[in-house]
Design a binder for this molecule. Structure first.
Ligand SMILES: Nc1ncnc2c1ncn2[C@@H]1O[C@H](COP(=O)(O)OP(=O)(O)OP(=O)(O)O)[C@@H](O)[C@H]1O
Ligand SMILES: [Mg+2]
Length: 433
């Protein structure tokens, strides 16, 4: 007997005939009570197994394979698979299958709305056929025959009003399906649809995050390049000229004394010009070392961190405790620059936001990892608000986001622990080369 199930949740006894032209067939003789009970129990068990697979596993392939396997167990079938709808082309193709030949699975491509599978997609309703070879709307009749398919079910895989694909199962013998079968198959289809929908949402989210990270990495790399260029120019041009100017002004002051110039105002102005030139030169040198950590080149990584921490925190009367290993860490030049920038960002935050009195910096090597921890006992903050807009509608949080991206860029990780009133600890862990 050929049977097509109509509505997605049809009330019992509303099973319709496939094309609407054939007469409704008399229902099959009822199963003996015990056998029917047994079948209902099996159905519940299968549904609960599929539900726990969907919630317990993250690999979509495995979830769908389990779904096919369990449905085959339920209908006593031996061929099955999941066809997914390519949204742009509106075509269904096999994604996973079992018992079907690879040749068959590759050849079957169905347009939405066409044939049995295409109808399931366009209507969102399951089709249960006692014998697909008897079904006039079935496509690829020859292939179905060669493959040996007879009884056939096709169930929509739905997610939020959309049909994402179909679950097909078949057996080599004609067989009768009931209303109860259809309800269970719809429930299985909904569970698998949920799994596909969530998998796709998760993938989209990951792609977005990856794109965002790419942009952050590009920004960091471009910034680093530009900072290097500006610092080089400041060092080679501006700083050299300022050094020459300072020297000339000093020489002029000394010459004025030697030739006995007594104009007090002139001498005072010359002295002031010399002091200003020295100050500008110092300021330019500070900018250069902020732009490019030259200390890294001249002193090495650890002294550079020590110097930066001391010169930033001690003038603010913040106690600094350093627990830093003295042996040089085998870091790549890129690793050193990014870690140094990370330290600058974290210490910059302590200076700007923390109101801390004590800061501890620890720097340790553990197996093949380097662990850098900066802890303050300041006012702390709510870490869930990193990257959000503050009450004055100013966008904050870029510093910590970039600090995290810097660590990812060199294969490491950065975590921030803080609570209002409980200080802040920022940790970076990076692999050693
Ligand atoms: N050590 C800290 N103590 C207290 N609050 C902190 C600390 N570090 C960060 N914060 C809080 O977290 C917010 C985000 O820090 P983040 O470095 O990401 O941005 P920012 O410092 O505000 O701006 P930017 O670094 O982009 O100039 C800060 O505005 C501050 O409120
Ligand atoms: Mg900051």
């Amino acid at each position: 007997m050929t049977m097509v199930a109509g509505a997605s949740r049809p009330p019992v006894n509303q099973v319709s005939v496939s094309t609407g032209e054939r007469e409704r067939q008399p229902s099959a003789p009822a199963l003996p009570e015990r056998a029917e009970e047994r079948k209902s129990l099996d159905a519940l068990l299968i549904l609960s197994q599929i539900t726990s697979t969907v919630s317990g596993l993250s690999e979509l392939d495995t979830i769908l394979r389990v779904g096919v396997q369990k449905t085959l167990e339920f209908i006593g079938g031996s061929f099955g698979g999941v066809m997914l709808l390519d949204e742009s082309k509106q075509r269904l193709r096999y994604y996973v299958y079992q018992g079907l030949s690879a040749e068959f699975a590759q050849k079957i491509v169905v347009k939405s709305g066409e044939g049995v599978n295409g109808k399931v997609v366009s209507t969102g309703k399951a089709i249960l056929l006692d014998d697909i070879l008897e079904e006039p709307e079935a496509l690829h009749g020859d292939l179905l025959k060669t493959e040996g398919l007879r009884s056939f079910i096709s169930v929509p895989l739905r997610f939020r009003e959309a049909v994402l694909g179909v679950l097909n199962c078949a057996s080599p013998r004609p067989q009768h399906f009931t209303e109860k079968d259809m309800h269970l198959l719809h429930s299985i289809g909904d569970q698998l649809g949920l799994a596909i929908g969530h998998f796709r949402l998760h993938r989209k989210l990951q792609e977005k995050r990856e794109r965002y990270r790419d942009v952050a990495r590009q920004v960091i790399t471009a910034q680093e390049k530009e900072k290097k260029r500006i610092s080089q120019e400041l060092h080679d041009e501006t700083s050299q000229m300022l050094a020459a100017l300072t020297l000339n002004l000093k020489t002029l002051s000394e010459m004025a004394k030697i030739i006995g110039l007594e104009d007090e105002k002139f001498l005072a102005m010359l002295g002031k010009a010399h002091t200003t030139a020295v100050q500008i030169n110092n300021e330019v040198n500070r900018i250069i070392s902020d732009l490019r950590p030259t200390l890294l080149d001249s002193l090495g990584f650890i002294p550079a961190i020590r110097h930066y921490a001391e010169s930033s925190l001690l003038p603010l009367e913040i106690n600094l405790q350093l627990d830093i290993m003295e042996t040089p860490a085998p870091l790549s030049p890129e690793g050193e620059v990014n870690l140094f920038r990370w330290v600058q960002g974290v210490i910059g935050n302590i200076v700007q936001h923390s109101r801390a009195r004590n800061v501890t910096i620890s720097f340790k090597k553990k197996q093949d990892q380097l662990r850098l921890r900066i802890e303050d006992d300041g006012i702390g903050f709510d870490v869930s608000r990193i990257g959000q807009t503050n009450s004055k509608k100013r966008r904050h949080g870029l510093g910590l986001i970039i600090a995290k991206e810097r660590m990812k860029l060199i294969g490491g990780d950065c975590s921030v622990q803080s609570q209002p009133g409980r200080g802040t600890t920022v940790t970076a862990v990076i692999p050693l080369i």
